[in-house]
Design a protein around this ligand. Structure first.
Ligand SMILES: Cc1ncc(COP(=O)(O)O)c(C=O)c1O
Length: 418
């Protein structure tokens, strides 16, 4: 294995130091990402676009093999819940397959409106607005709510959809160091007095799984007259009394001006939403371009998101299980001696820091060959090369125990643990 690592290391260096020649395709001659991907593919180590044949549950079928799934955002395990499947099928029968138009013009169904009323109530806000994806929600909310002369203050590790939303906005964007409240305060203190101020942060950072210091963000926002947008994509469903998410869990929902969420994780559907005061929602209905100029959520997705909310209200047991499973896996990882990320509030996302891209490639391949599916991630998606694992309410303890045996074996093989 070390020999193979050395070979890959040399090849990677060649790719990274590659000077484009005249024979290279002119458009992409400078780009090393695809070259790197092709090289890793050639070596049989490419870990992306792996097809799953069948339902996304705690165990999945990959390449015909039963595999433990530690690489999904289906936290509450609803993606194959019979009531969810029924709700989706019923809606498709009643409304058809798609809306063929945007919410604004010709793609609003009664079930979109019902879902928004329900979301507003669930998050104790005046109103809510559904988009077709979480990505489009951040693009539309951030660019739609801010104007030239406004200020966006964004955590450096926010999700790509927030980064792109800031890029689309006409406001000026300032970045503060990751979860660093002294730096946030410094940025706020240095802003000119004119213009609205919008602090924006993920609630749970999607790769490392650590939680933003929302109580401090809210406090600083009050002191510096700023508004707060929190993207709780990874907290809704399994945190809070009924699944209202991290802001509900912290008792701070009323301090958040705009709550953003996605239906692609615990809701096990597709779509995104924001919940806020009525004036903000009315403004976004007429300024969020990703809402106005893109077709609305298909009926089956609106119906399943709606059903997930009903299940969240009742499923205290599921919430308990997802956090218990997270705690079990995290303890196992720590006791094996893997490097992970400290979390003040433990979340269902558990990373193993690898640091070295080659080791990561071999480690994730070894895990998969031994029946454990995880998500390998590299910078800039994460701060270091790492394995991102996540648990579901529907994992049995045996699944996690079996996964830990494989993690131990492959971790030793790669010299990650003793
Ligand atoms: C924090 C955060 N926001 C937004 C999104 C985008 O959500 P969607 O998959 O619905 O586009 C994601 C998805 O990975 C996310 O992690």
């Amino acid at each position: 294995m070390p020999e193979e690592n050395d070979q890959l290391s040399v090849a990677l260096k060649q790719v990274l130091n590659h000077q484009p020649s005249h024979s290279d395709h002119k458009l992409f001659a400078e780009d090393t990402t695809v070259q790197l991907a092709l090289l890793i593919k050639e070596m049989g180590l490419y870990p992306y676009f792996i097809p799953i044949s069948g339902q996304i549950g705690p165990r999945i079928i990959i390449d015909g093999k039963d595999t433990i799934n530690l690489g999904s955002n289906n936290y509450m395990g609803l993606a194959n819940h019979p009531e969810m499947i029924k709700a989706g099928c019923d809606a498709m029968r009643k409304y058809g397959t798609g809306c063929t138009g945007s919410r604004f013009l010709n793609g609003t169904l009664d079930i979109h409106n019902e879902l928004e009323i329900k979301l507003a109530k669930f998050f104790q806000k005046e109103a809510a607005l559904c988009f077709t994806t979480g990505m489009q929600t951040n693009l539309g909310v951030i660019s739609g709510i801010t104007r030239q002369g406004d200020h966006i203050i964004s955590d450096e590790k926010n999700h790509a959809s927030i980064i792109d939303g800031c890029r689309l906005a006409h406001a000026d964007t300032r970045i503060y160091r990751h979860n660093n409240m002294d730096d946030l305060e410094k940025v706020l203190a240095g802003l000119p007095p004119q213009g609205n101020r919008w602090i924006i942060s993920d609630s749970i950072f999607s790769m490392e799984g650590n939680v933003a210091q929302i109580p401090r963000i809210v406090e600083l926002a009050e002191r510096h007259k700023a508004h707060v947008i929190i993207d709780d994509a990874h907290g809704i469903g399994h945190f809070g009394k009924h699944g209202e998410g991290i802001c509900g869990h912290l008792g701070l929902m009323d301090k958040i001006d705009i709550l953003v969420g996605t239906f692609s994780k615990s809701f096990a559907s597709i779509g995104g939403f924001c919940a806020a005061g009525r004036d903000i929602i009315q403004h976004l209905q007429h300024h969020a371009r990703s809402l106005m100029f893109s077709a609305s959520m298909p009926p089956a997705m609106a119906a399943t998101a709606n059903k997930a909310l009903d299940i969240f209200y009742q499923d205290d047991e599921g919430r308990k299980r997802v956090l218990q499973n997270a705690s079990f896996l995290r303890k196992g990882i720590e006791s094996l001696g893997f490097r992970t990320v400290p979390q003040q509030i433990p979340t269902p996302i558990i990373p193993i820091i690898i640091g070295d891209v080659m080791k990561l490639a071999y480690f994730s391949k070894g895990l998969l060959e031994n029946g454990v599916y995880t998500n390998p991630v590299i910078p800039p998606a994460s701060s270091e090369a790492m394995i991102r694992m996540s648990v579901m309410a529907t994992h049995r303890q045996k699944d996690l125990e079996d996964a830990l045996i494989v993690l131990k074996k492959e971790g030793r093989k790669q010299g990650l643990i003793k």
